[in-house]
Write a protein that binds this ligand. Structure first.
Ligand SMILES: Cc1ncc(COP(=O)(O)O)c(C=O)c1O
Length: 349
């Protein structure tokens, strides 16, 4: 029973097979491998964006930080939600790679930016001219850090506010596939058609060993991105193994199949949790993460059986009254089985 993180899930067999296949013979290094040519073509086709430039890195932090660095000057600010991964979980990498850009934190329920909060923050920026940081870039996470999703219309509303002030928009899509399959829209509708200029397209949480693509819908930033990736130590010499993973991921809709499985497991888990007397959800379950609370005695039983997940916030104790509510974060991955979910539900009921 593993619900600690989708990062803990296995890589998909198709991906492992593709890496084995890529291991045959030799290939040009540093992204000049023929598989990367195919990946570039696949992403351009999937996103209906023939001009897009595509690069691979091995972590989401690198994808976000390097993409943002091409979109902002050190004296400009990055607008993001208070709970954004770039704010909470990247150890200052965006600030480091941008040469010190400040993050301006925005409000909104369930980790979704409230358009009014963005409007106000933009209006407030550079109020004293040279004494303040200047308007830089908007960064939106989809699916969000609390497992909710933005629709294309919601993305477009935010990017339009940014665009009115001359600000480009980035999307942290570490769980882009989870959002996409839930919405049933096209990748284009959720990104460039909704005003997104750069996308960090996640793979690692959804069945890859470790690959994220940076998709630059505005190719003007491409050469700078390449230089920053190399200088930042994220240009892989044995790049073909990254390419092979991404190719397998996008072939025959594997990325969508895997995301549907993770979302379905989360739905099953959330439905079951809500049957536990007193239990409630802290956020809508729209992707593969669940934030919920249920009585302490259920947590004791689950953890005694070695179920893995995080208390959310972390500092809640198993010591205390049986019926007191303890909140938790549970994340499903593509390989989470119905049996695993049902065993967990039985323990907490
Ligand atoms: C929303 C979000 N963005 C980006 C990342 C990528 O992080 P990492 O650098 O660990 O691959 C994560 C991983 O947890 C995430 O949840």
């Amino acid at each position: 029973m593993f619900f600690a993180s989708d990062n803990g899930g296995p890589a998909a067999p198709e991906v492992m097979a593709a890496m084995m296949h890529a291991n045959e013979g030799t290939a040009m290094p540093y992204g000049a491998d023929p598989i990367m040519d195919r990946v570039r073509a696949q992403i351009r086709e999937v996103f209906e964006a023939p001009e897009a430039e595509v690069y691979l890195v091995a972590t989401g932090t690198a994808a976000n930080s390097l993409a943002l660095a091409t979109m902002v000057q050190p004296w400009q600010t990055i607008y993001c939600h208070r709970l954004a991964h770039i704010e909470e979980d990247e150890c200052g990498a965006p600030e480091f790679y941008t040469g010190g850009s400040k993050l301006t934190l925005l409000e909104g329920p369930s980790a979704k930016i409230d358009p009014e909060s963005l409007r106000q923050a933009i209006d407030y920026t550079a109020r004293a001219g040279v004494h303040n940081v200047q308007k830089g870039v908007l960064s939106i996470t989809n699916a969000t850090e609390t497992g909710t999703i933005y629709t294309p219309a919601e993305v477009a509303e935010l990017t339009a506010i940014a665009k009115d002030s001359g600000i480009p928009a980035h999307m942290d899509g570490a769980r882009f596939a989870n959002a996409l399959v839930r919405l049933g829209c096209t990748p284009a509708e959720l990104t460039w058609e909704a005003g997104i200029e750069a996308l960090s397209l996640g793979g690692t949480k959804n069945g890859l060993v470790g690959v994220e693509a940076v998709v630059l819908f505005n190719p003007n930033r491409a050469w700078e991105f390449e230089l920053r990736r190399k200088r930042g130590g994220h240009l892989f010499s044995k790049h073909r193994f990254l390419s092979a993973q991404m190719e397998a991921y996008l072939t025959d809709g594997l990325w969508l199949k895997l995301a549907r499985k993770a979302n379905a497991a989360a739905d099953r888990l959330a439905k079951g949790i809500l049957n536990v007397p007193g239990a409630s959800l802290m956020h809508a379950v729209e992707a593969n993460a669940i934030f919920a609370s249920w009585p302490r005695k259920g947590h004791r039983a689950a953890q005694a059986a070695e179920a893995k997940y995080y208390h959310w916030p972390f500092d809640q104790s198993l010591e205390g009254p049986d019926d007191e509510m303890i909140s938790a974060r549970l994340v499903c991955n593509w390989a989470t089985s119905d049996a695993e979910v049902d065993q967990f539900l039985q323990l907490i009921s």
